[in-house]
Design a protein around this ligand. Structure first.
Ligand code: ZN
Length: 469
């Protein structure tokens, strides 16, 4: 059992609706927040001096393919076509179970170090049941809160892996049932069961609906679907059709969604279905403009995700900043078109801070447990220093977090009351040892890519995207 912890005198952003900044004490008892008050006396608590620190709920990353951690930087200059052909059809083929463990484990640790206490892991690297086991083990050993979305996607097997070819067709559904029954049976555990259909735009509407029905049989906490990525789409208008068929519900988490129509957003708002925008990949890869704030304006449960650290680091501060400033640039462009200048800026920093915390918790299906600092909530907390050269003076607390901070400012992190980062260092992690294993895994996978006929695979991928140019 954890002892009590008293986080004293921090600048607390509770992220409750209409919150205002206040210097306060936060008492943690076991896995829960016991009290938030201007001054708390608790003689049997360990005291953490949070003077000068900003205290906020842990960030919620609602979309990440955590397995790609050891491929950091390979996607630097990629379009979505490059990503599909090279990552999904080539690099992924070289992942053994231990590679999946390392990707998920180190990726989850990176998230914790950056103040992200909850991940929705869209895991489409499940070549065998052993890959599944290692993916889940990687998350659980890191101590992060996560929704593990079991991915049905089947990447090609260039290596003619004997273990893969011995599996019966359709084995993934049995494996998903096994995971639900044996590994992730509880909705109250740190890691819970979610689901990820194979790929909406690669399958027919009927196949996609069948996969969603299967996820609902499993009572998946969230069903994570890539949709509406502009001209990369097959034109299925998936969300609209689900709406017409009465199949939209709050268990659906649509990802990217840059090309969602106003009608689709209205249907999502009415049904409680959520969206996860990942601003950096969307803007880079040609998927369209990040939908996060437009969806929020329409009343949709909106949130932010990191997507892939094979492209950029797992830094939620950066995603908040990109979502905010890109949206401001669009708004301001309307004035410039009319040769006018804005007197005020409508988009506020707190809008994106809400996306990354409270709104993210709701999108992940955890809105009743995390996302705010209130008595009775799970104690998922982050302390951010404000004394570095790039944070001094932190006059506006929200502005300091959204526009100035980076993961190196994250001093302490708690998940369900357990301290996973203390004094700027992850607790109980052998980083030199893990790092050696991660680099060895990376070298082997990258070497595999070099031995693959990339051009012919790209041609095959191009057939699936008729509007490529
Ligand atoms: Zn994705």
């Amino acid at each position: 059992m954890f002892k009590k912890t008293l986080i004293r005198g921090g600048r607390v952003l509770t992220m409750t609706p209409g919150f205002t900044e206040a210097v306060a004490d936060v008492l943690v008892d076991g896995d829960l927040i016991a009290e938030v008050a201007p001054s708390i006396v608790c003689p049997d608590a360990e005291v953490i001096d949070a003077g000068g620190r900003i205290v906020l709920p842990g960030f919620v990353d609602t979309h990440r393919h955590t397995w790609q951690t050891q491929l950091r930087t390979v996607a630097t200059d990629w379009s979505l076509f490059d990503y599909f052909a090279r990552m999904r059809l080539i690099y992924s083929a070289f992942y053994d179970p231990d590679d999946v463990f390392l990707g998920n484990h180190v990726g989850a640790l990176e998230a914790l170090s950056a103040g992200i206490t909850t991940l929705v892991d869209h895991c489409h690297i499940l070549h065998t049941p052993e890959h599944t086991d290692e993916a889940i083990r990687g998350l659980e050993q890191a101590g992060i809160r996560a929704v593990f979305c079991y991915g049905l996607f089947e990447s090609p097997d260039y290596r003619c892996d004997a273990r893969r070819s011995s599996l019966a067709a359709g084995w993934r559904r049995d494996d998903a049932r096994r995971v639900r029954r044996d590994l992730l049976p509880s909705k109250d555990a740190l890691v819970t069961m979610g689901f990820a259909p194979a790929e909406i735009d690669a399958n027919s509407y009927e196949v996609n609906v069948d996969e969603i029905r299967f996820a609902r049989e499993l009572e998946a906490q969230r069903i994570s679907c890539h949709v509406s990525m502009g001209a990369y789409d097959s034109g299925q208008r998936f969300v609209e059709r689900l709406g017409r068929d009465g199949l939209l519900a709050e268990d659906l988490l649509f990802v990217h969604g840059s090309a969602l129509t106003d009608d689709e957003l209205r249907r999502m708002a009415d049904s409680g279905a959520a969206v996860s925008a990942t601003p950096e990949t969307e803007m880079q890869m040609g998927m369209g403009f990040p939908v996060a704030l437009r969806a929020r304006d329409a009343g949709v449960r909106s949130s932010l995700g990191i997507d892939i650290v094979s492209n950029y680091s797992g830094d939620m501060f950066a995603q908040m900043r990109l979502a905010l400033q890109a949206s401001r640039a669009l708004d301001n462009a309307q004035y410039q078109k009319r040769d006018r200048a804005p007197r005020r800026i409508a988009r506020k920093a707190r809008d994106v801070l809400e996306l990354a915390t409270r709104d993210g918790a709701q999108a992940a299906g955890l809105g009743d447990r995390i996302g705010t600092i209130e008595a009775g909530r799970q104690a998922d907390l982050v302390l951010i220093r404000t004394d570095s050269i790039h944070m001094t003076p932190a006059i506006d607390t929200v502005g300091a977090v959204v526009l100035n901070a980076n993961p190196s400012d994250v001093e302490s992190v708690f998940v369900a009351g357990r301290c996973v980062k203390k004094d700027g260092r992850l607790v109980g992690v052998d980083w030199p040892g893990l790092s050696r294993r991660l680099v060895a895994s990376s070298l082997r996978i990258v070497e595999g890519m070099r031995s693959t006929p990339v051009a012919s695979i790209e041609e095959m991928a191009a057939q699936m995207m008729p509007r490529l140019e």
